[in-house]
Write a protein that binds this ligand. Structure first.
Ligand code: NG1
Ligand code: ZN
Length: 531
């Protein structure tokens, strides 16, 4: 077939280094950008097949998120804007690792196994972050799409969640919104303005927010968005990419893991600040307290703020909808305790990686999911959205119920339900703080984090570690779990676990305990047990 000849010819321009083996990990392929040209071409091919199979538009995002600037990566986006289904992650790995002469066989194998009709049209949306390597790598994706005769739309520089949003809009014939960057800004800004317009006496101080753009795509996009917000939010942008290096000493991952303010942000005491990561799908908040103490408000605090707000509105609206919060093992023990014991909401724990959280959140009327690192969003079931909409339009209902339903409706419109979105989450947090008249200190005081520490350990082969119970316990190598348990037992309110990272060649160690000294000591001791 002519199509396969084209694939053969074009793939020779994107050759695979012999013997190189990569894995579709927590969030796609991720490694040094020099090793990725062939992977990108092949993901262009695979996205085209996925589009033929689903008869829908598929997304391909070129980014390595919080990794250093020299790295890059690629993730596939399924029709409703969610992460690609796990079975196709396996195909992605097979295709990426097929040696040059095996590529056509590997491709035909997917076509056969999935019974794909090659006559079916295909459409692929492509986006990229600001890394220097992203230009040529996204071109390689487009080459792959075209080699199989697929149609493409190149969105160029967009955040990861913007690309997810475009894919969802396209496949729902505009019901979710318009599949353009301007359409995204319009939808979110209108919802934000609707939510905040009736808040009395919002001062300039309350509207002010410091943003660390991680020297990445989020900085660029939040600037574009700002004009749509009509001064309802006044942003001071730092690390906008004009001089600093992507994610270097800044960004959400740095702030969360190091538990300190990013370089380049001039904070004064009590000011609200937030940091995005390199592709703007994560956000964390922080402020400097008395005596310059750094206070972090991470994904757990965000989930708590949002779920408290939603629960209150549901009560006011008199809507009987089940709300749950989905977390991972990295969630601070205090947050889980607060959510379960004080707020009385259902809490679920899943494996790391938003695909797992997203999936679990879909089981509820309203599923709030956040990783501790600030990656998350809220999902509303179709039935929940319909109930909210019906009540918001019901002129026979009383004012309080109607007001709550209208707030809920605009909240739904403000949220990017396809995936975690730093810009959308930021607007939601700002709206919630404004509506509830809360300062960042009051938000922080909802519960007190248990001191914690995260470490990375380099080992010869991280895959020897196998975990169970949503990654909270290890099953191999033999004896490791017992070693962890014996160390945990020495400390009060302690918890610790280890797991191989899916995005870096390291094993991650997490520990929490009643004091920072104990958390640090425990993390260190467990690291030694991993070697
Ligand atoms: P890994 O490297 O598998 O731990 C990290 C984050 C995930 C997720 C992915 C994708 C932590 C502990 N892990 O995964 O939560 O965000 O990157 O970006 O933060
Ligand atoms: Zn990211």
């Amino acid at each position: 077939m002519a199509q396969f000849e084209e694939v053969s010819q074009k793939s020779a321009v994107h050759p695979k280094p012999v013997g190189l083996v990569l894995q579709y990990g927590t969030a796609g392929f991720r490694t040094n950008s020099k090793q990725l040209d062939h992977v990108m071409f092949r993901m262009g091919l695979l996205a085209t097949l996925r589009s033929k199979k689903t008869k829908a538009t598929i997304g391909v995002m070129v980014t390595a998120s919080h990794n250093p600037e020299e790295d890059n990566g690629v993730k596939l986006v399924d029709p409703m804007g969610e992460m690609v289904t796990p079975a196709w992650e396996v195909y992605a790995t097979q295709l990426a690792n097929a040696e040059q002469e095996e590529l056509l066989t590997a491709l035909k194998d997917v076509i056969e196994r999935e019974a794909i009709s090659m006559a079916q049209e295909a459409s692929v949306f492509v986006g990229k972050d600001t890394r220097p390597s992203s230009d040529s790598l996204s071109q390689a994706v487009l080459d792959g799409v075209h080699a199989l005769g697929g149609h493409s739309k190149d969105y160029g520089l967009v955040t990861t969640p913007q690309l997810h949003y475009m894919v969802c809009c396209q496949n729902t014939q505009g019901r979710y919104g318009e599949a353009t960057v301007k359409g995204y800004y319009r939808k979110l800004s209108q919802a934000f303005i609707q939510l905040t317009k009736n808040v009395p006496n919002r001062t300039d101080d309350q509207k002010a927010l410091l943003v660390d753009g991680a020297n990445g795509i989020g900085a660029l996009k939040v600037c574009e968005m700002e004009t749509y917000l009509k001064n309802e939010l006044q942003l001071s942008l730092f690390n906008d990419g004009s001089s600093g290096k992507l994610n270097h000493l800044c960004g959400a991952d740095y702030v969360k893991v190091q538990q300190r303010a990013p370089k380049g942000v001039e904070m004064t005491a009590g000011e609200r600040c937030c940091s995005y990561d390199g592709d703007a799908d994560r956000i964390v908040y922080y402020y400097s307290g008395s005596a310059g103490r750094f206070h972090l408000l991470d994904g757990d605090k965000i989930a708590t703020l949002i779920s408290t707000y939603l629960k209150e509105l549901l009560t006011q609206a008199g809507l009987d909808l089940q709300i749950a919060v989905v977390q991972t093992a990295y969630a601070n023990g205090s947050s889980t305790q607060y959510l379960e014991d004080t707020m009385k909401v259902i809490v679920r724990c899943t494996k790391t990686g938003v695909k797992h959280l997203h999936h679990a959140a879909q089981e509820f009327d309203i599923g709030v999911y956040f990783e501790a690192n600030g990656h998350g969003t809220v999902l509303f079931s179709k039935a929940a959205e319909e109930k909210i909409q019906k009540l918001a339009q019901d002129s026979n209902t009383n004012d309080e119920r109607r007001r709550a339903a209208l707030l809920l409706q605009n909240t739904v419109n403000l949220i990017n339900q396809t995936v975690g979105d730093a810009i959308s989450d930021m607007l939601l947090i700002e709206a919630v703080l404004a509506i509830r008249g809360m300062t960042v200190q009051q938000w922080d005081a909802i519960y007190t984090d248990l001191p914690n520490r995260q470490l990375k350990v380099k080992v010869a082969d991280r895959r020897v570690i196998d975990t169970t119970d949503a990654e909270r316990r290890t099953v191999s190598p033999a004896g490791l779990q017992e070693a962890i348990d014996s160390r945990v037992n020495k400390y009060r309110r302690a918890r610790s676990f280890v797991r191989p990272s899916g995005t870096e060649d390291v094993v991650r160690v997490y520990a929490e305990a009643d004091t920072q000294e104990s958390a640090d000591a425990l993390a260190h001791e467990v690291s030694l047990a991993v070697y």
